[in-house]
Design a protein around this ligand. Structure first.
Ligand code: ZN
Length: 84
């Protein structure tokens, strides 16, 4: 079960039949709240951790997984009269 708390950002994998999610907790600086100037280093580290987690998961999928999902979404668009 996914432990989602107020203020979290949840990112789901876009690949069909994959239930992986990445949960980001709110960034809190040593001063207790984010400020653009004081929190830049903390935010940069946070973003690097997120990118690393997403890349590590996305690398687990084969190209065929992405193609199958894209093909299904294109078909869904055509069925609903939407330009893919
Ligand atoms: Zn996935």
């Amino acid at each position: 079960m996914v432990d989602v708390r107020a203020g979290d950002t949840v990112r789901s994998c876009p690949v069909d039949d994959c239930s992986w999610v990445h949960i980001e907790r709110p960034v809190i600086t040593p001063l207790g709240a984010f400020t653009p100037v004081l929190g830049y280093g903390v935010i940069a580290q946070h973003m690097q951790r997120i990118e690393a987690a997403l890349r590590a998961h996305f690398d687990e999928h084969k190209v065929e997984d992405y193609l199958r999902t894209i093909t299904r979404l294109q078909q869904l668009c055509r069925e609903n009269g939407v330009e893919p």
